[in-house]
Design a protein around this ligand. Structure first.
Ligand code: AMP
Length: 242
């Protein structure tokens, strides 16, 4: 099972992925997390990656594809993976299809998240991250129990260097010009599934994750995978979505 999370920054890709990871018991691979780890290192590669990240520009395809390929070769992705933030260009999407084909796999579903721009901006500037367990909080909508401290592991939360209004504007532009064309790529392949995350309808990350699970349950081709890997959870989910 390979699920891709598409969507502009701040639409909730990471939060929805984290919920799905728990519910589906599959790996969550965030290209942004991989790059943030490298960019914090004092090495030539770390500095190069940081130069893209801090401006909100994309890391070049060749390097990105190489890193994801290495990550996808790890054991924990065998049962399935949620790719959060990859692919972000058509070259990456083509490379992913090729990588998966070599393994006899394919992209199963592409979740295309969207949100109104004012909600994106508000969500991003109030976002706080745990450096250790990567849990995501929000100083308005999803506060930690103790201010500035991760509920799960007790680490001090931080604000991403690229989570400022100025950088987000650039990241949205980069998304529009380089990543949005992927909607058509996956639409043609009949894999695209759009969900709007917005306070207006109350569809937030948790509701979006339930909608994805419902979609998987309703797609006959996924049932076999769900039954074999998630047997005991399937009935519970059915109740959840009915
Ligand atoms: P994210 O955490 O997904 O918002 O990603 C943070 C930053 O990592 C992006 O602004 C890019 O600089 C870089 N990045 C993440 N994923 C990719 C990708 N698939 N291709 C190129 N750059 C990426």
């Amino acid at each position: 099972m390979v699920i891709i999370m598409l969507g502009a920054p701040g639409t909730g890709k990471g939060t929805v992925s984290a919920i799905l990871k728990e519910k589906l018991n599959i790996a969550h691979v965030s290209s942004g997390d991989i790059f943030r780890k490298y960019s914090s290192e004092d090495s030539e590669l770390g500095r190069e990656i940081n130069s893209y990240l801090k401006e909100g520009n994309l890391v070049p395809d060749e390097l990105t594809i190489k890193m994801i390929k290495e990550r996808l070769a790890e054991k924990d992705v065998e049962n399935g993976v949620i790719l959060d933030g990859f692919p972000r260009t058509e070259a990456q999407a083509i490379a992913l299809d090729k990588m998966l084909e070599e393994e006899g796999k394919k992209v199963d579903l592409v979740i295309d998240l969207s949100s109104p721009k004012e909600e994106i901006l508000d969500r991003i500037v109030t976002r706080r991250i745990c450096p250790k367990c990567k849990a995501v909080y929000n100083t308005k909508l999803n506060k930690p129990k103790k201010e500035g401290i991760c509920d799960i592991c007790g680490s001090e939360l931080y604000q991403r260097e690229d989570d400022t209004v100025e950088r987000v504007e650039n990241r949205i532009e980069v998304y529009q010009s380089q990543t949005k064309p992927l909607e058509e790529y996956y639409e043609k392949a009949d894999k695209l599934f759009k969900i709007e995350i917005t306070e207006k309808t109350g569809t937030m990350a948790k509701e979006a994750a339930d909608i994805v699970i419902e979609k998987l349950i309703n797609r006959k081709e996924n049932i076999k995978w769900l039954q074999s890997s998630q047997k005991e959870k399937l009935n519970k989910w059915k109740k959840l979505v009915n």
